[in-house]
Design a protein around this ligand. Structure first.
Ligand code: PHE
Length: 448
């Protein structure tokens, strides 16, 4: 069977950056900034993204391109020892399962974002009841929009790599940046925005070495770059050998971090603007309110205050969030689909619909048991599975795989790779620094 490949470097970077940029950036990051000391969190996050997450991302991309296969096949290829082969396979499968669960809760949130983006349009037509239904939390609304979002994802994935993923990411990513920049410019003209900007950009240096903040920033960096679940590995497997994989990885990281930074630039000042208009942004203890309250209550309240213009801004904002979520749900579904296509020779279309349907059922199970299941699956996948699996990916790239093979893979797109700064640092970095950091993060998560 002909393996899909991205047709251009730009297409690849847009697709991989699109996979990385999602709810983690536009929702997770600003929220974490708000609840973890503002500028200090931003500073640590920037540092860890480049010094820790980037090397881990490279491990996945390089292994993926070398193996030209999904993680379940790729990790066993790095060794000749049977027990290590089995271990690699187990890590790959655990990644698949994690991805499926992540997608099942992600689609629910993405569905809310989409329904919120439709609300202002419906309101203009005068159908007030429908617009209220779109923004109120209800079983029927949740079911409808989870299913719609899953259908959109399945349709793109069933079209394949260059027709589906690449084509859509090339359109959606630039649109995302444009909407974000426009919104930021507008937000800056509103009263209160500058107080928020200061909170965002001026770090409180006494917080920079706070363990809790470092740990949160690290988890955020890993989630945001989609690490540890074989997602970036799959994208690497579709990258042409001619490309310089080291710079491609830097681009993906810069775009991911850049978009998180932009999202913060919009949302943190927006909260203070909301406060200026009398919207409650602090809870009883004086802390900034929680994430879901932030996006689904505070911001709509702000848009409401802004009159007709507010409806336009609201549409742009939630459409933007839906786009960011869609490029990520695509990447999430691609992981299990690629596995079934490659390991069981099932046609891509069929695999996409069957797996998509199964994950939709999982999503609906969460929707029906929202109270106790929703938070639980988010915690298990993002706080536990992702860090532990990320650790194993680094161990496979750093300890199990032979250095020379890694080098010759990098050399395919850059003849001078062996004398590069990257090669002087990266091999021992993924071997020691990354695993150690992840272990600390994991132990911390367990003891809290
Ligand atoms: N990186 C995505 C985001 O920031 C989430 C994600 C995690 C996607 C793991 C794929 C795999 O929203």
């Amino acid at each position: 069977m002909q393996r899909g490949q991205f047709t251009s470097k730009f297409g690849f970077i847009m697709a991989a950056a699109g996979a990385a940029v999602g709810l983690g950036n536009v929702w997770g990051f600003p929220t974490q900034v708000a609840s973890n000391g503002g500028g200090a969190f931003v500073l640590i996050y920037l540092f860890l993204s480049f010094c820790l997450a980037y090397p881990a991302l490279m491990a996945e991309l390089i292994v993926g391109r070398y193996a030209r296969a999904n993680a379940v096949i790729a990790l066993p290829m790095l060794t000749k020892k049977p027990w290590l082969k089995n271990a690699g396979k187990a890590v790959g499968i655990a990644g698949l399962l994690t991805v499926a669960v992540i997608l099942s809760f992600y689609a629910i949130i993405a569905g809310w974002l989409f329904s919120f983006s439709l609300a202002p349009i419906v309101k203009v037509t005068g159908a007030i009841d429908t617009s209220l239904w779109l923004t109120d939390f209800s079983l029927s609304r949740n079911i409808t929009f989870t299913v719609i979002f899953m259908l959109a994802t399945i349709m793109i994935i069933s079209a394949g790599v260059s027709n589906g993923i690449e084509r859509w990411s090339k359109r959606m990513m630039p649109a995302l940046v444009a909407i974000l920049v426009l919104l930021i410019c507008y937000m800056f003209t509103l009263p209160g925005a500058m107080t928020g900007l200061k909170h965002y950009l001026v770090p409180d240096f006494s917080l920079v070495f706070e363990t809790n903040i470092i740990i949160s920033a690290m988890g955020q960096a890993f989630f945001s770059l989609s690490l540890g679940v074989g997602c970036m590995l799959i994208y690497g497997s579709y990258l042409s050998s001619k490309e310089n994989i080291v710079t491609v990885g830097i681009w993906v990281t810069v775009i991911d971090v850049g978009l998180a930074f932009l999202a913060g630039l919009l949302i943190i000042p927006a909260m203070y603007v909301a406060a200026h208009y009398g919207v409650e942004i602090f809870d009883a203890k004086g802390d900034l309110k929680d994430s879901d309250v932030l996006i689904f209550t505070v911001l709509p309240a702000l848009f409401e205050q802004m009159g007709a213009m507010g409806q336009v801004v609201s549409l742009a904002f939630f459409a933007l969030m839906s786009l960011a979520a869609l490029t990520s749900t695509i990447s999430l579904l691609e992981v299990p689909v690629a596995y079934v296509v490659e390991s069981y020779q099932v046609p891509r279309k069929k695999a996409s619909w069957i797996i998509g349907a199964l994950i939709t059922l999982m999503s609906l199970t969460i929707v029906f048991n929202f109270e106790w299941l929703f938070g639980l699956v988010i915690m298990i996948t993002t706080q536990y599975s992702q860090p532990v699996l990320g650790l194993f990916f680094c161990v496979f790239a750093g300890w199990v795989w032979h250095r020379d093979q890694a080098l010759s893979e990098i050399k395919k797109g850059d003849e001078h790779a062996s004398s590069s700064l990257f090669w002087k640092i990266w091999p021992w970095y993924v071997r020691y620094v990354c695993p150690l950091f992840i272990i600390i993060m994991f132990v911390h998560a367990l003891t809290n």
